[in-house]
Design a protein around this ligand. Structure first.
Ligand SMILES: O=c1[nH]cnc2c1ncn2[C@H]1C[C@H](O)[C@@H](COP(=O)(O)OP(=O)(O)O)O1
Length: 237
């Protein structure tokens, strides 16, 4: 989180505190634009060492995952446990955040992973080789770097449990969630339904790219799930 939110709210006048409960942005205004949903056509792939641009924000996020070929409900292969979270603004996103002025990208990401996930940095750290993709999102004026950290299933479960004790749990992060990667009988529930949620910035595209790049889901299943989105069919019909 850029700035110390709690301290800033404490120092607000009563009038501003009232306003901030009344649909205004308050001190969150300076970064709110960067969280708008970003469709694929609005962001371009850029190199990891792309230079910063005047007026842009720099962000880094990470998908923590474990391969898991177990079967759920005796029906669906889980394929992987993939961690995302429900953010304070109601969007789904990945752990990570803004790179502060003067900070390097990867240390900033590891700092955010500790703040948001309580990640034990003596055991798990994102490294350069975990890089998946970087985007320039001109509409939201943000450069987003994305990484994927593969751990064992036992480590994943440990990380998930520890995350409940993170500094940001209940503040910036309202819940840690797993992504359902299977498609159910109606062709919609499961992964396609998940993709119909509201995602922060280009988080949805980061998810799809990582699933493909890390060979978690074949492109054909990703494309079929995308084609099924927004096509809710009642189970009884
Ligand atoms: O998961 C994400 N994928 C892509 N972009 C994201 C994601 N989550 C947030 N963002 C964008 C929009 C935000 O304004 C900036 C900074 O991220 P955030 O996690 O909110 O940063 P702080 O924790 O506030 O530093 O990136």
């Amino acid at each position: 989180m850029a700035g110390d939110g709690a301290t800033q709210v404490e120092h607000m006048s009563e009038e501003v505190k009232g306003e901030s409960q009344d649909n205004t942005w308050g001190w969150l205004e300076s970064t709110a634009h960067a969280a708008d949903f970003c469709p694929t056509e609005d962001h371009a792939v850029v190199p990891h060492d792309t230079p910063m641009k005047e007026g842009y924000l720099l962000a880094a996020h990470c998908m923590i995952y474990a391969l898991d070929d177990s079967v759920v409900f005796n029906l669906y292969c889980r394929r992987a446990a993939v961690l995302m979270h429900m953010r304070f603004d109601g969007y789904l996103g990945f752990p990570g955040g803004l790179v502060d002025t003067g900070e390097e990208i990867i240390p900033a990401l590891n700092r955010e992973l500790h703040e948001e996930m309580n990640l034990d940095l003596t055991r798990f750290q994102v490294k350069h080789e975990d890089h998946v993709i970087s985007h320039e999102n001109a509409k939201n004026r943000v450069i987003c770097h994305f990484y994927a950290l593969c751990v064992s299933l036992a480590e994943f479960e440990e990380i998930e449990r520890a995350a409940l004790a993170s500094k940001e749990h209940g503040h910036e992060v309202l819940g840690h969630i797993r992504v359902p990667l299977y498609v159910m009988g109606d062709g919609y529930r499961g992964f396609p339904t998940f993709l119909d949620n509201n995602f922060c910035g280009n988080a949805r595209s980061q998810l799809l790219t990582s699933l493909k790049q890390r060979n978690i889901l074949p492109e054909s299943i990703i494309n079929a799930a995308l084609a099924a989105t927004k096509k809710y069919v009642p189970a009884s019909s």
